[in-house]
Design a protein around this ligand. Structure first.
Ligand SMILES: [Ca+2]
Ligand SMILES: [Ca+2]
Length: 362
């Protein structure tokens, strides 16, 4: 090629080009920049689009907000985590009564107006087995499920129950499955997830930078990426098999006695899929819906009627919120508004977590 830059220009015009190459920032550099931002006199941030907004508006707002902060939209840390900047904003959490699947599992989804005032980084993927392995090695950590002799999984008749011997290394699926480092970690409890975040937090030097699970409100805002519909991709159930790993024909194929309905399509994975196997939402996050349910930092509870700013815990007597549905679930459980809750030491073969970095800016 006569002009070697021509290819770069062509590639740079492709939206996915930069998305595939996270910026070369280290965690130290991110923290250093956060400390600088705190010391600066900041002008007004770019205004957020009015919710609901399109995928294009979400991407533009995310880019503009990152540029305003002088931080990357995406970067990769030493442990192989890619983080994506989620700008702050205002949205409607929950779903309306006429939404098919609304509160189908008995959990409240009454809509509430929510404002998030701070940007944060959210892991582009669910935490993987490989990442969790590094944590276990570094801390000689034993999970809650290892201590209690097993988590919940389906038996060979697909009955969901406590299964002795299942762990994060032996998920116990009732069909052929080979666990890889790229699969999302399961059979980890809320307590284990928090211990993992606390381990990452040890390296943080900048005051106010907190590595945590996302709150339920942060999770749903990030999942929607502007969508006010049932799913981040729109109002219709998936029929392509390309956007989320759910319970569908490939599950029934390897497990003919599966007692529950599956979706009438093929997404190529009966159980866990390697993280990032499906399309990302407009903010660049993979598997927010499907693959595994994800623990949030906050307790489940009824959404208050009044609008809330940076909402936290709801009902401390209830379990911790888990979100997004997973490989065994069907359309109604894998909506942006779907909720569930689990106690702090419980884990199962369809539940993992995703890490957030909370930023004390602007
Ligand atoms: Ca599937
Ligand atoms: Ca998920």
């Amino acid at each position: 090629m006569r002009n070697p830059f021509a290819l770069l220009v062509v590639l740079a015009g492709t939206p996915s080009f930069f998305a595939q190459e996270p910026a070369k920032w280290s965690r130290e550099e991110i923290e250093k920049r956060v400390a600088e931002i705190q010391a600066e006199k900041r002008k007004m941030p770019p205004p957020g689009p009015k919710f609901p907004f399109t995928a294009d508006a979400a991407r533009k707002y995310q880019r503009d907000y990152a540029a305003w902060l002088g931080l990357p939209v995406e970067w990769k840390d030493e442990l192989g985590f890619t983080f994506v900047l989620i700008p702050p904003g205002e949205f409607r959490i929950g779903s309306t009564k006429d939404e098919p699947g609304h509160s189908v599992s008995g959990y409240d989804e009454t809509p509430q107006q929510v404002t998030l005032t701070k940007p944060f980084y959210l892991a582009k993927h669910e935490t993987s087995v490989g990442q969790f392995r590094q944590f276990v090695k570094a801390n000689e950590y034993r999970t809650d499920i290892e201590k209690t002799g097993g988590g919940n999984a389906h038996d060979d008749k697909a009955v969901w129950k406590h299964r002795p011997g299942t762990t994060w290394l032996k998920p116990g699926f009732a069909g052929p499955f080979e666990l890889k480092e790229e699969h999302p970690v399961v059979h980890v409890s809320h307590t284990d997830s928090r211990a993992f975040c606390a381990w990452l937090q040890k390296n943080v030097k900048t005051k106010g930078v907190v590595i945590e699970l996302p709150t339920e409100a942060q999770w749903e805002w990030a999942c929607r990426a502007g969508s006010g519909e049932r799913y981040w991709w729109g109002k219709d159930e998936d029929t392509t098999g390309k956007v989320a790993n759910v319970g569908e024909r490939s599950l029934k194929k390897v497990q003919p006695d599966w007692p529950r309905t599956v979706m009438n399509m093929d997404d190529g994975h009966a159980f866990l899929a390697p993280v990032g196997s499906y399309q990302a939402n407009a903010f660049g996050l993979h598997d927010m819906l499907g693959n595994v349910w994800e623990f949030c930092s906050t307790h489940y509870g009824l959404y208050p009627k009044e609008p809330a700013t940076d909402p936290g815990d709801l009902d401390p007597k209830r379990g911790f919120a888990v979100r997004g549905g997973g490989w065994s679930n069907i359309a109604a459980d894998v909506r942006c508004g779907s909720r569930n809750a689990d106690p702090p030491h419980f884990g199962h073969s369809n539940l993992g977590f995703r890490v957030a970095i909370l930023l004390p800016v602007p």
